[in-house]
Design a protein. Structure first.
Length: 430
C-alpha cells in the first residue's frame, strides 16, 4: 500500500526520504526498511510501542475507540451471531464460510481431535503438580516429534494439516493437562459434540459418572474461545511470527507462543486476576489494594486492568461482562464474595482519577476468570484456555507470514550499552 508521500528525516547533515505506507484503516506507517543502509542508523523502540513489525490483513484494533475487528467484522457481531469454529474459518481464510464450507471445516477439525496414543506417556513424564501451561508448552512442542508428515512448511498441504491438528488437538491437550494435574483418567474427545461442549466433556467427565454438558455453559465457553481467538500483533503472536520467521515448524512455533502467553502481563493475567481477588478477600480491603496499585514504590498492579492498545473499554470485556452476569445467574452464584469484590473493584477503579487519567479500564481477563471460576475450572486452567482459544490466531498469523513473499527472518538490532573492545587479561592478573 505504497503512497506517493514521504517523510523526511534530517540528521548529521544527511537527509533521507522515507516512504509512507497507508493502511486500509488506522495510522499511516513510515517505511524505515532502508534507513540503516542509507543513513547508518537504527531506530530505538523497546516494547514496540511505535513499530509495525509486519503487514497483516487479519485483525484490526482501534484502541481509542475500543474497536476490535476480525477480518473486518466487529467482535460484538461475531460474539452475538457466530460461533468459534466459524470464526476460526474466517480468521484462517479471510471470509465467512458458506454452509458447505463450514460443514466441511467442522468435519475436518473434528477428525483430528484425538492425540497419538503415545503422547499419553509423554504426559506421564510430568509431575502431577506441574502447572498445565508447563505441560502444554512441552506437549505442543513435542507434537513435532509425533506428526512428521506436517512439518514441511514449504508444502501448503502440510501447513493445512498442521493447522487442523493444532486447532483440533489443543483442547484435548489442555483437558489432558488438567486431568493429569488432578489425578483423574484422561477423557477421550467425543466427535458428536460441538467444539466447546467437547472441551467441557473432556475436562469434567469421569468414567464413574455421566457428564451432561449444560448448553448455556457450552455457549459461554464458546464465547470465551471466540473473544480470545486473535488480537493482532500482541506479545505471543509476535513470538510465533518471530519463531516462524526462521523456518521453525508450526508445532515449535505455537509452543513458543504458549510460553510467551503464560506471563502475568499477558495471558497469565486471568489467573493472576482471580488470585488477586482472592487475596483482597472482602470489599472493605479494596481501598488498601487500590492505594498499593497507585503507589509508584510498590510493584503491585491491579491485574485485569489496563492494556497496551486499548485506551478505552476493551470491547471483549464488555461482551464478557454480560456473559459473566448470565453464567452467574444460571449457576446461582451471585452472592459469591469473589464476585462482590470484583464488582466493587471495577466500580472504584472506573471512578478513581488515577485509573481514569491513565485510561486503565478492566480488560478481558478481569471477567473471563470470574466465568471460568464459576464453571468449576481451577485458576491454573485459565491461561491454558486462553492458549487453546488463541491457537487459531497464532496459526492464521503464522500462515500469513509464511505466505508473504517479502518475508525475512526477524532480526531486531540494539542500542549497545556495553564495554567497547578491550584486551583479555589472564585470571591471575585480575
Ligand atoms: N494497575 C496500576 N497501574 C497500572 C496498571 C495496573 N493494572 N496498568 C498500567 N498502569 C500504569 C503504569 O504504572 C503506568 O503508570 P505511569 O505512566 O505513571 O508510569 C501507566 O499506567 C501505563 O502503563 P504501562 O505499563 O506503561 O503500559 P503497558 O502498555 O506497558 O502495559 C499492561 C500494559 C497490560 C501490561 C499493563 O496495563 C498491566 O500490567 N496490566 C495488568 C496485567 C493485565 O491485566 N494484563 C492483561 C492484558 S489483556 C490480555 C492480553 O492481551 O494478554
Amino acid at each position: 500500500m505504497a503512497d506517493t508521500r514521504t517523510a523526511t528525516l534530517t540528521f548529521d547533515g544527511k537527509t533521507i526520504e522515507l516512504p509512507i505506507l497507508s493502511p486500509t484503516v488506522g495510522p499511516d506507517v513510515i517505511d524505515i526498511r532502508k534507513l540503516y543502509a542509507q543513513g547508518d542508523v537504527f531506530t530505538y523502540d523497546p516494547g514496540f510501542t511505535s513499530t509495525a513489525a509486519c503487514e497483516s490483513a487479519i485483525t484490526y484494533i482501534d484502541g481509542d475507540k475500543g474497536e476490535l475487528l476480525y477480518r473486518g467484522y466487529p467482535i460484538e457481531q461475531l460474539a452475538e451471531h457466530s460461533h468459534y469454529l466459524e470464526v476460526c474459518y474466517l480468521l484462517l481464510n479471510g471470509e465467512l464460510p458458506t454452509a458447505d464450507e463450514l460443514a466441511d471445516f467442522e468435519n475436518r477439525v473434528t477428525r483430528h481431535t484425538m492425540l497419538h496414543e503415545q503422547v499419553h506417556n509423554f504426559f506421564r513424564g510430568f509431575r502431577r503438580d506441574s502447572h498445565p501451561m508447563a505441560t502444554m508448552v512441552g506437549v505442543v512442542g513435542a507434537m513435532s516429534a509425533f506428526y512428521h508428515d506436517s512439518l514441511d512448511i514449504t508444502d501448503p498441504w502440510q501447513r493445512e494439516v498442521a493447522s487442523m491438528r493444532l486447532i483440533a488437538k489443543l483442547p484435548t491437550i489442555a483437558a489432558m493437562a488438567y486431568k493429569y494435574s488432578v489425578g483423574q483418567p484422561f477423557v477421550y474427545p467425543r466427535n458428536d459434540l460441538d467444539y466447546a461442549s467437547n472441551f467441557l466433556h473432556m475436562c469434567f467427565s469421569v468414567p464413574a459418572e455421566q457428564y451432561k454438558v449444560e448448553p448455556a455453559l457450552a455457549k459461554a465457553m464458546d464465547l470465551i474461545f471466540t473473544l480470545h481467538a486473535d488480537h493482532e500483533q500482541n506479545a505471543s503472536t509476535s513470538t510465533v511470527r518471530l519463531a516462524g520467521s526462521s523456518g521453525a515448524n508450526p508445532f515449535a512455533c505455537i509452543a513458543a507462543g504458549i510460553a510467551c502467553l503464560w506471563g502475568p502481563a499477558h495471558g497469565g493475567a486471568n489467573q493472576a486476576c482471580l488470585e488477586m481477588l482472592r487475596e483482597i478477600g472482602s470489599v472493605d480491603r479494596i481501598p488498601e489494594f487500590v492505594a498499593r496499585a497507585k503507589d509508584k514504590n510498590d510493584p503491585f498492579r491491579l491485574m485485569g486492568f489496563g492494556h497496551r492498545v486499548y485506551k478505552n473499554f476493551d470491547p471483549r470485556a464488555k461482551v464478557m461482562k454480560e456473559s459473566a452476569d448470565e453464567v452467574l445467574e444460571l449457576l446461582g452464584v451471585h452472592n459469591n464474595p469473589l464476585l462482590q469484590v470484583a464488582k466493587e473493584l471495577e466500580k472504584i477503579a472506573l471512578e478513581d482519577p488515577y485509573f481514569v487519567e491513565k485510561k486503565l479500564y478492566p480488560n478481558v481477563d478481569f471477567y473471563s476468570g470470574i466465568i471460568l471460576e464459576a464453571m468449576g475450572f481451577p485458576t491454573s486452567m485459565f491461561t491454558p484456555i486462553f492458549a487453546l482459544s488463541r491457537t487459531v490466531g497464532w496459526i492464521s498469523q503464522w500462515k500469513e507470514m509464511i505466505g508473504d513473499p517479502t518475508g525475512r527472518i526477524g532480526r531486531p538490532r540494539q542500542l549497545y550499552a556495553g564495554a567497547t573492545a578491550r584486551e583479555y587479561t589472564d585470571v591471575t592478573k585480575r
